[in-house]
Design a protein. Structure first.
Length: 126
């Protein structure tokens, strides 16, 4: 290999390992994800700085696997949920008036296992 070809080969080799393959199975966000073909979230407000979603889960209804960008959430009406994510599966009570902040969620799935309809506001800064 010539002196010129060695650096070129090295650059090509690094490029091959550093290229990210196109994500063919990228997860939907909370608005796009639903439950058994039905939407659970709707846009209440959106502008150049924020998007506000309202997500409603009747008993037995969930949110299929999806991801979240950084967001703030507020529980308008609480219930009990089964949550599956990278840490495993757990059941939690999310009471009315509960608020939370997240730097983003790589993925999770949730299902309302309580006996009352639960409603959330999700506020995503852009």
């Amino acid at each position: 290999m010539t002196n010129f070809a060695k650096p070129l080969f090295f650059i090509l080799l690094l490029s091959a390992f550093s290229c990210q393959p196109e994500e063919q199975n990228a997860l939907p966000g909370p608005l796009e994800a639903g439950w058994k073909g039905k939407k659970v979230c709707q846009v209440l407000s959106e502008n150049e700085k924020l998007r506000v979603l309202k997500c409603t889960f009747e008993p037995g209804v969930g949110h299929e696997r999806h991801q979240h960008p950084p967001h703030f959430g507020y529980t308008l009406s609480g219930s009990r949920f089964r949550i599956k994510d990278t840490t495993g599966v757990r059941e939690v009570d999310l009471p009315t008036g509960y608020s939370f902040e997240s730097d983003g969620v790589a993925w999770h799935e949730v299902q309302n296992i309580g006996d009352s309809t639960s409603v959330y506001l999700i506020i995503e800064p852009k």
